[in-house]
Design a protein around this ligand. Structure first.
Ligand code: ADP
Length: 232
């Protein structure tokens, strides 16, 4: 564990994100947030509060209009697009509400695609794909086309695809939003096991069970962070 679990890996200070509109919108209005290695943070809040914008900024998919965002001690504002791309692919894995699997390709091929995008050579992909599928309990389905998977299996495959590149942080946007209770339970357990492996997690969720399994929950309301609650 990090000696300072409240900080270190990701640090946002006074982060603002404005959209020009019209009408102009201040989606993030001075966000201060720290995330340590192996820490599991849930972000909750009403629709339109800025949660997706926050996740996009954290994942280097979007840039703040003002404020400072450091990743692993590195200020991101001055990075070129290419440096941001490199930092994003080495630091972050993404999971969304919908799994975004290519339906005609096998589970293994979908997961391997993430390594291909990272530039990992072909010969080194198979073993890593196998490890990732084993860790989400899908090794036996490796050669199935993804359209044959259940919704829960597809989301587990999406988690395998997100972690196969050994990210430091898993960013998840409503990962249980399309799942029934039992499949959501599996995904909640998996996200917890990802944290056990030392990967930090930031999850946006309306699902209180997901939030309760996190180490810490923050509420985002009108682009501002409210209340840092520790889960018991
Ligand atoms: P949440 O994920 O909490 O529902 P969002 O981050 O999607 O909230 O949106 C926060 C606010 O920013 C909303 O008012 C939304 O309409 C606005 N917004 C988000 N993305 C854009 C965009 N690309 N252009 C203009 N406004 C946007």
């Amino acid at each position: 564990m990090n000696a300072d679990p409240g900080g270190g890996l990701l640090s946002l200070r006074g982060v603002v994100r404005e959209f020009a509109g019209p009408p102009p919108v201040r989606a993030l209005d001075g966000v201060d947030l720290e995330l340590g290695q192996g820490e599991y943070l849930a972000v909750q809040g009403p629709s339109g509060a800025g949660k997706s914008t926050l996740l996009n900024v954290i994942g280097l998919l979007d840039r703040p209009s003002a404020g400072a965002y450091d990743v692993n001690g590195r200020a991101t504002a001055a990075l070129s697009e290419r440096e941001r791309d490199r930092l994003r692919s080495s630091m972050f894995g993404f999971v969304f509400q919908s799994s975004h699997m290519l339906p005609g390709r096998t589970v293994a091929a979908n997961v391997a695609l993430a390594l291909q995008i990272q530039g990992i050579e072909h010969a080194r992909r198979a073993e890593r794909v196998e490890d990732a599928l084993r860790s989400v309990g899908l090794l036996s389905r490796a050669n199935a086309p993804t359209f044959q998977l259940s919704g829960g299996e597809r989301q587990r495959a999406a988690i395998a695809r997100a972690i196969v590149g050994c990210p430091r942080v898993l960013l998840a946007d409503e990962p249980t939003g399309n799942l029934d209770h039992a499949n959501a339970t599996d995904v909640i357990a998996l996200m917890r096991s990802v944290v056990t492996e030392g990967i930090s997690v930031v999850v946006i969720t309306h699902d209180d069970r997901v939030a309760q399994s996190a180490d810490r929950t923050v509420q985002l309301i009108d682009g501002r962070v409210h209340g840092h609650l520790r889960a018991s």
